[in-house]
Ligand binder design. Structure first.
Ligand SMILES: *[C@@H]1O[C@H](CO)[C@@H](O)[C@H](O)[C@H]1NC(C)=O
Ligand SMILES: *[C@@H]1O[C@H](CO)[C@@H](O)[C@H](O)[C@H]1NC(C)=O
Ligand SMILES: [Zn+2]
Length: 505
């Protein structure tokens, strides 16, 4: 009897116990490796009736394995071939390449009370952004050398939910030192950024056209771009403002301090060196990129001419220039302050038209928050408030909300927000849903509207300072995949921050 009992334990219970233990062990291993993703599988499919591919919008599915897209099939072909594979079905939702934001200030390290890598990249993931390139200023110190880039890389480690690359600063201190710039580029910055007017950050001084020319000649060897904040400060304007006793809470008072002529003058200056980037020119291989163009007048005409003559040149604008107009900015509402400034409604219409005919190449957020106290919400002084708009989580919805009134298509949004930014940042395996590319994907519902208020889950550090707060937006992000990891799904982020820091080789 005793013996039989023992045998029962050994032959029946032991295997059960062993299976149980194995199950727990396996699950705990799985959990630890999949903390990066809200789907457990390495191999799965994403399906939808509206998938935006370089060959048009299809109804079908994307096969993902090990972080990359391995096949794309249309409805009629794929139902039979999945054979029990996991399918993440998005029904009618639009499935597009993840957005690549080439212009974001995450202010980390040093000013992570303004934003920070964890909060900024969570906001990005919730907004369908799968890659962002961090600007070299507003963090402390600015990213202007190999050492300061190292600080960025360390600060980003295990703290980013999407992929993050870095622009480096071109400043007077390094501009004439080719060795310093070459070391900096070799250390992995994707390109350089400079200002033609004071940046508002003390350790990021402005460059003149000689610095820019020198920068381009070094960048040519690395085939990387120079991004330029194209405004120059005109003495006359400053003086007229100093003597102007206009109401500082009126947006128009601020607008007068930064007229279109500031952008025009900077671009005129810039085009004297952008010639160098032409085929056969002394800086062939380098590329100039004008950030956040606001003036859709003469500035745009100048850029069009330079492109037509063969300069290697691109231009971005931002959703806030396409969503708002100067006339509508409320008295004392400094959430709308940025530089260059938001101009009138007619200018907004022209910017949309320019985008649609590719005179403006792409969009970026220029997410540039600060402490609410610096935005000076109570005082409402437009001349003193921090200039920078908080928008990261809402750029896709904002682009669509305004854009659909101008008849934009999902394919256009994809080219402005993914394809062309990928090219600018040298990310050849990103920017399109294509076989061999990283599975960087956003699924969103264009038809779903939401009211952006304090109850809405916002992940940026100071959501209340966003210029979009209080608006009704169309386009709800359902899910965001970065390198095959489902990093965000309907209000939930993956537990672990597994974004990759992107360094140029
Ligand atoms: C140029 O940069 C290198 C590397 O950072 C540095 O060692 C050197 O002193 C710099 N040269 C000048 C003239 O500042
Ligand atoms: C730019 O500034 C440098 C000093 O950093 C100066 O040597 C150079 O002449 C200036 N170039 C122009 C065009 O003003
Ligand atoms: Zn910026």
């Amino acid at each position: 009897m005793e013996l039989q009992k023992k045998n029962v334990i050994i032959s029946i219970l032991l295997p059960i116990i062993a299976a149980f233990l194995l199950f727990f062990l396996k699950n705990s291993l799985k959990a630890s490796s999949s903390g990066c993703s809200l789907v457990d599988n390495n191999h799965y499919w994403i399906s939808s009736k509206r998938i935006v591919t370089p060959n048009g919008i299809i109804s079908g599915a994307i096969e993902i394995n090990d972080g990359k897209v391995i096949s794309i099939v249309k409805d009629e072909q794929w139902r039979g071939i999945t054979k029990g594979d996991q399918i993440v079905d998005f029904g009618e939702a639009v499935v597009m390449p993840g957005l690549i934001d080439v212009h974001a200030h995450l202010d980390d390290p040093g000013r992570d009370d303004w934003e920070g890598f964890p909060s900024g990249t969570k906001a990005a993931a919730a907004g369908g952004i799968t890659t962002l390139i961090d600007m070299p200023l507003n963090s402390e110190p600015s990213t202007v050398s190999v050492q300061t880039l190292d600080l960025k890389i360390k600060a980003a480690k295990n703290r980013i939910y999407v992929d993050v690359g870095f622009w480096g600063g071109l400043v007077p201190e390094n501009a004439f030192n080719a060795t310093a710039l070459e070391n900096f580029l070799r250390a992995g910055v994707l390109g350089l950024k400079s200002f033609m007017c004071p940046s508002g950050i003390n350790d990021f001084p402005m460059t003149n056209i000689s610095h820019i020319k020198e920068g381009l000649s070094v960048l040519a060897k690395f085939k990387r771009p120079l991004l330029v904040h194209a405004e120059v400060q005109e003495k006359l304007v400053e003086d007229s403002v100093d003597n102007n006793d206009g109401d500082v809470k009126l947006y128009s008072t601020y607008l007068k301090t930064r007229p279109p002529s500031m952008e025009q003058a900077a671009i005129t200056d810039l085009l004297t060196v952008s010639e160098d980037t032409r085929v056969g020119g002394p800086s062939e291989g380098a590329h100039l990129h004008v950030v956040h163009l606001s003036d859709a007048g003469i500035s745009l005409d100048l850029l069009k001419k330079a492109k037509a003559r063969g300069d290697s040149l691109t231009v971005e604008t931002c959703p806030h220039y396409l969503s708002f107009s100067a006339e509508e900015i409320p008295y004392g509402d400094t959430r709308f302050k940025c530089a260059p400034p938001i101009r009138d409604g007619e200018n907004k219409d022209k910017l949309w038209e320019a985008l649609k005919v590719n005179d403006v190449d792409m969009l970026s957020s220029d997410h540039s928050p600060s402490l609410p106290s610096l935005k000076l919400l109570e005082q409402g002084n437009f001349l003193k408030a921090w200039g920078g708009i908080s928008s990261l989580q809402y750029v896709l919805s904002a682009t669509w909300t305004s854009g659909r009134e101008y008849g934009v298509t999902f394919e256009q949004i994809t080219s402005w927000w993914s394809e062309r930014p990928a090219k600018l940042a040298g990310q050849h395996l990103k920017g399109a849903i294509a076989v061999g590319n990283y599975a960087d994907i956003v699924a969103w519902e264009p038809e779903t509207e939401f009211h952006l208020d304090d109850n809405h889950p916002s992940y940026a550090k100071h959501p209340s300072i966003s210029a979009y707060m209080g608006r009704k937006l169309s386009g709800k992000v359902l899910a965001t995949f970065v390198r095959g990891n489902l990093v965000y799904r309907e209000g939930k982020h993956a537990p672990a921050a597994c974004g990759t820091t992107i360094l140029a080789q």
